[in-house]
Write a protein that binds this ligand. Structure first.
Ligand code: NAD
Length: 355
C-alpha cells in the first residue's frame, strides 16, 4: 500500500492511473486529498470504483487525520504531491500556499516521522517519503545560463516557489536530522490529460475551441521546459524504486520551448484536427497581455543525474505529447464540463458529506 497526497489533482491523479496500470492492480493506493478547487475525484473515478484506490478527504495540515490514515493503512511509502500549485493565485493570495506547502508539509513530516520511528528496522530501511517539487525553487535563468542541476542554489521568486522551497528544505532537514528516508524530485512544467483549465496549455486549448482570445503574457518569449505528465509519473515510479535515500533528482522533459511557440503549436494542431467554422487560423486569437509580476524568464533542467543513476528518460517529445494532449481535451468534454461547472462537487457531497 502506498499513500498519495494530492492524488485527485493533475499530476497526482495521472500518477494514480499510471501506478494502477503499471502494477496491474497488485498494490492499491490511498489518496489523501483535501479536494480544493484543484482536486477532482472524477479524475480517479475508475480506480475508486474498482477498489484500486481509496479516497480520504482531509487536509495534510490536519495532523490527527494524517495520523489516523497512517495507522489505518500502514503505507510502505508516502508520495507527497499535495500543494497549492498555481503561481498567479500565489501572487493574489499567498496565505493558502504557506498553509499547505509549508505548514502542511511540516505536519505530514511530523506524523510520518512518528509512524516511521515505530517500525521494525527492516521496514524503516525500506520506507520512503517521496516529495514532489518544482524547478521553480531555483529561480530564473537567462537565455545563456546553464540548466538547473541538483546543486543549483535556491532562489525562489514567487510566493508559490518560496513555499515549495521551504517544503524542500524541511524534507531535507528531516532526512539529515532524523534519518527519515526521503527522496525529492524537482520537475519542470507538466502538461497532459486532466490538467486544470487555469494552466497555460489547457487554457489555450479550451479558449481556442470557444473562439476566445488566447492571452499570452508579456512578449511571449519566456522559456519553459515541458514534461509530459505520464513521463513524470514514470520517473517518480523509478525514483521510488531505485533512488538513494536523502537524494534529490531533477526531472526534465528536455523540451525547452518559448511560450509563444507552445501556443502556436496548439493552434496548428487544432487547425488540423478541428478547423474553425469561419476558416480563420486559431493563431489569429492570440492576444498579448500585461506580464505577470516577477515572471521568471527561463527554466531549464539538466537531467543527467536521473538519466545516469536511475536510467529514466522521457518517452515523449513535445511534438508527440502536445498532440496527445490536444486530442485528449477534444475527446474528454465531459471531464472538462464537470471541472468548469463545479459539477463534481455534487459527487463529493454525496460521497463525502460535502464542504
Ligand atoms: P494541482 O493543483 O493540480 O493538485 C494539487 C492537489 O493537492 C489537489 O488535488 C488538491 O485538492 C490537493 N491539495 C491542496 N491542498 C491540500 C491540502 N492542504 N491537503 C491535502 N490536499 C491538498 O497540482 P499539480 O499540478 O498536480 O502538482 C502536484 C505537485 O507537483 C505539487 O507539489 C506541485 O508543486 C508539483 N509540481 C507541479 C508542476 C506542474 O507543472 N503542474 C511542475 C512542477 C512541480
Amino acid at each position: 500500500m502506498i499513500l498519495i497526497t494530492g492524488g485527485a489533482g493533475f499530476i497526482g491523479g495521472n500518477f494514480v492511473h499510471h501506478w494502477c496500470e503499471r502494477q496491474a492492480g497488485a498494490e492499491p493506493v490511498v489518496v489523501f486529498d483535501k479536494l480544493t478547487y484543484a482536486g477532482n475525484p472524477h479524475t480517479i473515478a475508475p480506480q475508486l470504483k474498482s477498489g484500486q484506490a481509496t479516497l480520504i478527504q482531509a487536509d495534510i495540515a490536519d495532523r490527527e487525520a494524517v495520523r489516523q490514515a497512517l495507522a489505518q493503512y500502514q503505507p510502505r511509502a508516502i508520495l507527497h504531491f499535495a500543494a497549492e500549485s498555481h503561481v498567479d493565485r500565489s501572487i493574489h493570495g499567498p496565505g493558502e500556499f504557506i498553509h499547505t506547502n509549508m505548514v502542511g508539509t511540516f505536519s505530514l513530516l511530523e506524523e510520518t516521522r512518528a509512524y516511521w520511528s515505530a517500525m521494525s528496522e527492516a521496514d524503516k530501511a525500506a520506507f520512503r517519503f517521496l516529495h514532489v517539487s518544482t524547478d521553480e525553487v531555483y529561480g530564473s535563468l537567462s537565455d545563456t545560463d546553464p540548466a538547473f542541476s541538483e546543486t543549483t542554489a535556491y532562489a525562489p521568486n514567487s510566493p508559490y516557489s518560496a513555499s515549495k522551497a521551504g517544503s524542500d528544505h524541511l524534507v531535507r532537514a528531516y532526512h539529515h536530522t532524523y534519518g527519515l528516508p526521503t527522496l525529492t524530485t524537482n520537475c519542470s512544467n507538466n502538461y497532459g490529460p486532466y490538467h486544470f483549465p487555469e494552466k497555460l496549455i489547457p487554457l489555450m486549448i479550451l479558449n481556442a475551441l470557444e473562439g476566445k482570445p488566447l492571452p499570452v503574457y508579456g512578449d511571449g518569449l519566456n522559456i519553459r521546459d515541458w514534461l509530459f505528465v505520464r513521463d513524470h509519473c514514470e520517473a517518480i515510479c523509478q525514483v521510488l524504486e531505485k533512488g538513494r535515500s536523502g537524494e534529490v533528482y531533477n526531472v526534465g522533459g528536455i523540451n525547452e520551448i518559448k511560450n509563444i511557440d507552445v501556443v502556436n503549436t496548439i493552434c496548428a494542431i487544432l487547425d488540423e484536427l478541428r478547423p474553425r467554422a469561419d476558416g480563420k487560423p486559431y493563431a489569429s486569437l492570440i492576444t498579448y497581455v500585461t506580464d505577470r509580476p516577477g515572471h521568471d524568464r527561463r527554466y531549464a533542467i539538466d537531467p543527467r543525474k536521473i538519466q545516469s543513476e536511475i536510467g529514466w528518460t522521457p518517452a515523449e517529445t513535445f511534438a508527440s505529447g502536445i498532440r496527445k494532449t490536444v486530442q485528449w481535451f477534444l475527446d474528454n468534454t465531459e471531464w472538462i464540463d464537470t471541472v468548469r461547472s463545479g459539477g463534481y462537487r455534487d459527487w463529493i457531497a454525496q460521497n463525502y458529506g460535502g464542504r
